[in-house]
Ligand binder design. Structure first.
Ligand code: SF4
Length: 190
């Protein structure tokens, strides 16, 4: 029942080349209670309701023909496991690939039934909270050495995460400037 699930959403970038393989829609979930020092996106931390969208509303508002897939980040997507599941399911229904970032470790997710079912529609999971003591700017698609890429099927491999840059600057229709990627990210909803 996709339309019954609401996603507390921080921001959506319709198309990005620095958040996983190819051109991707990026959905930032609102809410994370870990407060990791140096977190790339502290504005996503409050657990308050920001914008509530069904998966279908997200695709209706932000989907651009030609994107390769979606990347889900945050905030902590697994604080909304049902919403995450339905969003990824909707993406797969459109033939899109899926990448999910989480501060949980793979082992935490795989041992928790409601979270683990998200794997049904996930191609790659990037796990682990950002650890500023293990920050490493040369890593592919992640910020610290404790974070790992988990390929849950054969769609992608590590070399697919070689991206054209680390940071992307997006100028919205209203003239506002957004930055996203690795090293710095300040996305917001428009
Ligand atoms: S788990 Fe991720 S989003 Fe949450 S505070 Fe840590 S780095 Fe930030």
């Amino acid at each position: 029942m996709t339309d019954m699930v609401l996603i507390n959403t921080h921001a959506v970038i319709p198309a990005s080349m620095v958040n996983g393989p190819g051109n991707r829609m990026v959905v930032f979930f609102q809410g994370c209670d870990r407060r990791c020092p140096g977190c790339f996106n502290p504005a996503t931390h409050p657990l308050d309701v920001r914008c509530l969208y069904t998966p279908e509303e997200i695709f209706h508002r932000y989907f651009i023909e030609g994107i390769e897939g979606i990347t889900v980040s945050g905030g902590e997507p697994f604080l909304q496991p049902e919403a995450l599941y339905e969003l990824l399911k909707a993406a797969k229904g459109r033939g899109l690939t899926t990448v999910v970032y989480t501060g949980f470790d793979y082992e935490d997710v795989s041992s928790d039934g409601p979270k683990r079912r998200v794997f049904d529609f996930t191609d790659v999971m990037v796990d682990g909270r950002f650890d500023i003591g293990r920050k490493e700017p040369t890593l592919l698609a992640r910020g610290s050495t404790n974070q790992r890429l988990h390929f849950l099927n054969s769609i992608y491999r590590e070399s697919d995460f070689l991206m054209p840059g680390k940071v992307e600057v997006i100028i919205g229709k209203d003239g506002r400037v957004m930055e996203t990627g690795f090293g710095r990210a300040v996305p917001y909803l428009s």
